[in-house]
Design a binder for this molecule. Structure first.
Ligand code: CAA
Length: 418
């Protein structure tokens, strides 16, 4: 029988960047007096705060994994396994490894930790970090384009990923008759949830449906690609954020060794992993790799979409959230918008999704996102979400972390333990 895997908690740094009140830029009153945290600062803060939040003894950590996409480009820093080892003296001389799978880099760190526990390890540190504000959004878009098939797809637009998802949005809207207002509701929910979350990048920015549903001076369609430009507004995009998250995973023996009871933890029941070719594009109106990964997770647990009562999905763009609902089986093809329209995925709804704001509202420091998601499931299940706490204690949670344009996917299923 497979060894059980538990999450005993962790920590996030605040996710910050343009639009966040603490982000230092030339018009900020602290400009020249203090700097934004570096990649190394973010990683260390998340790791030390994770030890503090869980009471886990760093000496007992046997190994660690850190998800990061392009530290070499934004921070001129690679070799982040060694940076993880540098976060606490007790981590030195232990196996520490970086994982990379574009925006699923954090999900891969989680997957490595699960494999390690299933193979016999007892206590694992999992972190994810990215610092992206060292460059303009336009230069950053070139770095992020390395998550696509760069030679073939870079020229689609200076903002390659917004254009790739503008393409999906166009085909999706045309095929299913989905409107700008349907998609705008995803942005309104993301910002409203972020406004309740003190750690969120967009905690201080408001979004109403009139603004989100149509382009305007305030909310422009900013792509140069004429075919896809009408389908992506600023409010449809995830944020260019700096941030880190860290988690502690343990086996049953690790749980006891850390002095924890099962009720202090959630159980990670299964991870479904699926990777499709970088060089071949599938049907733009569905996330077929996400669907495969979800089917694996459901099959491994005997659960089904109806069992899930809390989810964190990879809303790299607003339309992606609707497509995620469908790929995870929460809605039929083309019907994702109805869940938003009916309030099903709001904090007080039957199936709350991205309660802290998701990638659009909480922010998207790409390597951190796949670690943030299971931590948010833990925090909601244990009643730690303060102003954005869901009213009913969730029993089963799901995460979906996606790298590139539906290429590397890690889907998780979790159970609350009482
Ligand atoms: N009218 C017309 N155009 C305007 C405008 C206006 N009022 N305001 C801005 N623009 C245009 C300009 O061309 C501007 O670029 P330049 O300043 O270089 O000319 C461009 O929009 C961007 O404007 P800003 O730099 O002021 O915007 P910003 O810094 O607030 O960034 C954003 C906004 C471009 C939407 C940015 O948040 C963004 O790029 N978000 C997406 C990030 C992303 O793609 N992440 C990866 C997701 S994909 C994934 O998750 C999978 C994976 O593996 C990668």
């Amino acid at each position: 029988m497979s060894r059980r895997v538990f999450i005993i908690g962790g920590a996030h740094t605040p996710y910050i960047g343009k639009g966040h009140p603490d982000f230092i830029w030339k018009n900020h009153p602290d400009f020249g007096k203090r700097e934004n945290p570096s990649l190394e600062d973010l990683l260390a803060k998340a790791v030390l705060d994770a030890f503090a939040a869980t009471g886990a003894d760093p000496e007992q950590i046997e190994r660690g994994y850190v998800g990061n996409f392009v530290g070499e480009l934004f921070s001129k820093q690679g070799h982040l396994g060694a940076a993880l080892a540098g976060c606490h003296p007790a981590l030195a001389n232990k196996p520490m490894t970086r994982t990379e799978g574009a925006c699923a880099s954090g999900g891969l760190a989680l997957a490595c930790a699960v494999d390690a526990i299933r193979a016999g390890a007892d206590s694992i540190l999992v972190a994810g970090a990215e610092m992206q504000t060292s460059e303009s959004a336009r230069v950053g878009a070139d770095y992020l384009a390395r998550a696509a098939d760069y030679k073939r797809q870079r020229s689609i637009d200076d903002f390659t990923f917004p254009a790739l998802f503008g393409r999906r949005s166009k085909f999706y809207q045309e095929r299913f008759g989905v409107t700008g207002e349907d998609i705008g509701r995803a942005a309104v929910k993301a910002y409203a949830n972020a406004n309740k979350n003190p750690l969120a990048h967009m905690r201080a920015r408001k979004m109403d449906l009139a603004t989100a549903a149509a382009s305007s001076e305030k909310n422009p369609c900013f792509l140069q690609n004429a075919e896809y430009a009408p389908y992506i507004r600023m409010s449809d995009c995830s944020q260019v954020s700096d941030g880190a998250s860290a988690l502690i995973l343990v086996s049953e023996a690790g749980l006891r060794a850390m002095g924890k009871r099962e009720s202090d933890a959630i159980e990670l029941l299964a991870l479904g992993q699926s990777v499709s070719s970088l060089f071949v594009d599938g049907d733009p109106t569905e996330l077929s790799t996400v669907k495969h990964a979800a089917q694996k997770a459901y099959a491994a647990t005997g659960l089904n979409p109806g069992s899930v009562n809390l989810a964190e999905v990879h809303d790299c763009f607003t339309v992606t959230e609707l497509m995620m609902y469908e790929a995870l089986g929460f809605a039929d093809p083309g019907q994702g918008a109805a869940l938003l329209r009916d309030g099903v995925t709001e904090i007080g709804g039957r199936l709350p999704v991205n309660t802290g704001g998701g990638l659009v509202g909480f922010g998207h420091p790409v390597g951190a996102t796949g670690v943030k998601q299971p931590l948010e499931i833990f925090r909601q299940m244990k009643g730690l979400c303060g102003g954005y706490q869901v009213p009913n204690q969730p029993k089963v949670g799901m995460t979906a972390n996606m790298g590139g344009d539906d290429r590397t996917v890690v889907v998780g299923l979790y159970r609350n333990l009482e």
